[in-house]
Design a protein around this ligand. Structure first.
Ligand code: ADP
Ligand code: MG
Length: 580
């Protein structure tokens, strides 16, 4: 029987409901608001239960909702629909497909309108792989369906507990996501009908794999300061805190394009109203560097426009990570990028305030840290039950007010992630982009280049930075030629390797092999013992090497002059150390 309730309090997007029957934390209910003779059903989620009272966040504008209005509970936790057809979609935080919603309601989204996340009429070519009599558990494969360039696995629903015997599978053919493709018998002899679509509660991690593994392999992004200096591992976590306008979104966009992963899930909670729209407009036009087709073919976008209530923002990161985990279960590498997690944290703050909880630092909930930790813990490299591996890598931006990293969201995130790509205001103001601070940032993961070699260059860079600081006081005249050379070497590394122009087609993306080759040349320039005695000559020389290097950076790897440009740089360095 359906559990129902009556609203006893309304406080913004929070309602308190007296219910009869049984309800559960995170269960979904619909608040019924009568308007113009029609009733709108507003989706809500239970966020706290106190004896017979449930506090619920409403994912819609609560205008018109009153004490005494009815709430109908549906018996399900807030869940995502999982199955073929997720790729290429643009969803809101509750997994409503936005283009379809706009087509149906126009651009002023009507509240109380919810659409199926997965199309109910399109058919997918199912090929069974399990056979009658097979013993299977949750997450194991029953058959496959081609979805774009991927073999989408149709799996034993993740919510099924225990072992099942395959009674039958549907013959190969085209089916909708609601048609039965297999029947499984449980240990008590009860049959379960399985379709290509399943639901999973978004706030719970998907755990039907064999074991968690330590992330080891580098997830190359073709961004030099990342792959070489502050790498991210497949299945790892990282964060990009940075002040407004420092380049967080550009960095994530370039990563979503070039990261060596199968699938990208973008959770966009825009800083500016127009920003999300820009992403939506640009993305379908971008080409996937690997297939040449549109990038959307391997992307899912979860987006919150500024007109949506904050509660949908709170849900969106969980919807995104659930979809990412689903594709991980197919043995794929998935990258989840959240921009910006500060907007998510603000939704949590608002929610907590409405619940009248005792606030923590800066009025964020006292349990903010554990929510952030739980979110990033949903990343990981796993060995699946069939022995293959899959991964979810999570990268989140943080946009602290004033760019001050000493605030709760940045600090809580830094405690749990494996790499820190903080952007510095000073660098972005000087147009040294990406503005990842090369001296202050860190990563616990393996670089594409040996650690000692990277550290050796960082040491020169650090020393050079120290010289630069000192020169501000004592001037060039008070600086020794050796120190001055170190300073120039640091500037060279910054200009030719750490800075990378996202808008230059060649420079924007440096594959790992090319990074290794570039690093080797940069190493020669950085570790050479130049016999200059005159600062002007030293500056002129290193600036010319820098310029030659930048020209080489902008030369396509398959261009005829590519090798000649590299050799010319190496030769210039070698000659200058021999005589001069
Ligand atoms: P944020 O998301 O941190 O507020 P954006 O990512 O929107 O900042 O970046 C602001 C601007 O800085 C961009 O529009 C772009 O002009 C410039 N920019 C940032 N990073 C780069 C980059 N790697 N290459 C070129 N330009 C960049
Ligand atoms: Mg941004």
């Amino acid at each position: 029987m359906e559990t129902t309730g009556k609203i006893v309090g309304v406080n913004g997007n929070m309602i308190t409901v007296a219910f009869d029957g049984a309800v559960a934390q995170n269960e979904v209910g619909y608040a019924c608001v009568g308007q113009d003779g029609t009733v709108q059903r507003l989706m809500s989620e239970i966020v706290r239960i106190r004896s017979r009272l449930a506090d619920m966040q409403v994912f819609e504008d609560t205008r018109g909702l009153q004490v005494g209005d009815a709430v109908i509970f549906n018996g399900h936790l807030l869940s995502a629909e999982l199955g073929p057809g997720l790729l290429k979609q643009i969803y809101d935080g509750l997994q409503n497909p936005l283009p379809q919603l706009a087509a149906q309601c126009g651009f002023f989204l009507q509240r109380g309108t919810y659409l199926h996340a997965l199309n109910r009429t399109s058919k997918w070519d199912f090929t069974p792989t399990a056979k009658p009599g097979d013993r299977l558990t949750a997450g194991e494969t029953l058959g496959t369906v081609p979805e774009g360039i991927f073999k989408h696995r149709i799996m034993v629903p993740f919510v099924l507990r225990g072992a099942f015997t395959v009674k039958n599978t549907a013959p190969a053919g085209a089916y909708t996501v609601e048609q039965e493709v297999a029947v499984l018998t449980d240990s008590e002899g009860k049959d379960h009908s399985v379709t290509m679509m399943q639901r999973w509660p978004v706030k719970l991690p998907v755990t039907c794999f064999a074991e968690r593994l330590m992330p080891a392999d580098t997830m190359t992004t073709r961004i030099r300061p990342v792959d070489t200096f502050f790498p991210v591992a497949l299945g790892g976590t990282y964060c990009i805190p940075g002040p407004f306008g420092a380049g967080k979104t550009v960095l994530q966009q370039i990563t979503s394009r070039y990261a060596d992963v199968d699938i990208v899930v973008l959770a966009a909670c825009g800083e500016r109203a127009g920003e999300v729209v820009e992403t939506l407009r640009e993305f379908p036009e971008l080409a996937d560097p690997r297939t040449g087709k549109t990038l959307m073919d391997r992307t899912v976008i979860i987006c919150n426009t500024s007109s949506m209530p904050v509660a949908a923002r709170e849900a969106s990161v969980y919807t995104a990570v659930t979809i990412a985990s689903y594709y991980r279960q197919m043995g794929l590498n998935v990258l989840l990028l959240a921009d910006s997690t500060s907007r998510w944290a603000q939704a949590l703050r608002e929610l907590s305030g409405r619940l009248e909880e005792i606030p923590g630092e800066e009025a964020f909930p006292a349990y903010l840290e554990s929510l952030i930790a739980n979110f990033y813990e949903r990343a990981g490299l796993v060995r699946l039950k069939d022995g293959t591996t899959g991964s979810v890598t999570i990268g989140g931006t943080v946009s602290p007010a004033g760019g001050n990293f000493d605030e709760p969201v940045t600090q809580a995130t830094l405690k749990v992630v494996g790499a820190f790509h903080g952007l510095s205001r000073a660098r972005s103001d000087a147009r040294r982009v990406p503005a990842i601070d090369p001296l202050e940032r860190w990563s616990k993961y393996k670089s594409i280049i040996e650690k000692e070699r990277v550290e050796a260059l960082r040491k020169v860079l650090r020393h050079g930075n120290g010289v630069a600081q000192m020169m501000k006081v004592v001037g060039e005249e008070g600086t020794s030629i050796q120190d001055f050379l170190t300073y120039l070497k640091g500037e060279l590394l910054d200009a030719v390797y750490l800075q990378q122009n996202a808008f230059n087609d060649v420079d924007a993306a440096t594959p790992a092999d090319r990074q290794r080759e570039m690093f080797g040349v940069a190493e020669k320039a950085m570790l050479a013992d130049y016999p200059f005695t005159d600062k002007g000559a030293a500056r002129k020389f290193l600036q010319s090497v820098t310029q030659a290097f930048i020209d080489w950076n902008q030369t396509a790897s398959d261009a005829p002059e590519y090798l000649a440009r590299r050799d010319a740089i190496v030769k210039t360095i070698e000659e200058s150390t021999r005589h001069a």
